[in-house]
Design a protein around this ligand. Sequence first.
Ligand SMILES: Nc1ncnc2c1ncn2[C@@H]1O[C@H](COP(=O)(O)OP(=O)(O)OP(=O)(O)O)[C@@H](O)[C@H]1O
Length: 313
Amino acid sequence: MSAVSPTPAGRTDDDPTVPPRPGAEEALLRVQGLSLDYRSERGVVRATHRVDFDVFPSERFVLLGASGCGKSSLLKAVGGFVAPSEGRILIDGRPVQGPGPDRIAVFQEFDQLPPWKTVLENVAFPLIASRTASKAQARERARDWLSRVGLSDFASAYPHQLSGGMKQRVAIARALAMQPRILLMDEPFAALDALTRRRMQDELLALWEQERFTLLFVTHAIDEALTVGHRILLLSPHPGRVRAELNAQGLTPSQRLAQSERIERLLFEAEPPSGRSTEGDVGAGADGGVAACLDCGLSTSAPAHATPRGAHA
Ligand SMILES: Nc1ncnc2c1ncn2[C@@H]1O[C@H](COP(=O)(O)OP(=O)(O)OP(=O)(O)O)[C@@H](O)[C@H]1O
């Protein structure tokens, strides 16, 4: 498998360690100053604090961080299931106001497929329920997607007759059959054994090569983030803040190793009280949150990083 993919529009190929330059196209997803809170009897839990990032069309963007840093909460907020306490989420320039068929999620849990429906019915169901397609069209589209994920022979099977990897392929087919503006994936391969996980990553990248969908992918695994992502947003926990933004595409094996070691350092080193990272000349956001480019050490809020795809000075 190659972790190097044809680049989204606007990306320079001159130096693969340099983050993508701004493209002519607008961001598909914009997350701006996003704070998320959960209210319970015991009080308010702040899951994320003033998180910013942009995702561009056909980009594979990864949210990476330790347990509790708010990755899933961010995904749920983009999905429209959690409302912001502050900040905003824009899709194609329009604020997210709830769930919609333009954002479909694939989760880790194998039980996301209704067990009483066949594989074909599972894939066709959202198309019918959202009135995206007639029953006949939905079944045709479902068959097409099942063949793309290599499950044509299992159209009549029920989820309990499938392996974990096959269930995740059905979930991916079901999501992509809806042709969402953005595919949301929350640790989709975390419950699989290591070999199957690796294979599923390969298959996801092969599907992306064909379809060029926009992907927002959550993981806590550094290796997976570097394999799946074009760019990685590293979050620090309690509450989740942007710690750094990294390039993950076009890396040579030694650059990839170095990037992995940098991520590990940032994840495991104690965060300085000022919120300022000791990794290079890393800037702190207005609220003390760090948003740094690990390739040049500049804050992503620095002028040379006018956007997350911003060019270096
Ligand atoms: N429904 C909820 N009610 C109250 N607190 C919640 C709720 N969901 C999440 N939290 C809290 O919000 C914070 C972020 O949780 P979240 O699940 O988004 O993190 P995560 O990075 O996805 O973690 P993990 O990798 O373990 O799934 C945690 O402190 C968590 O306890």
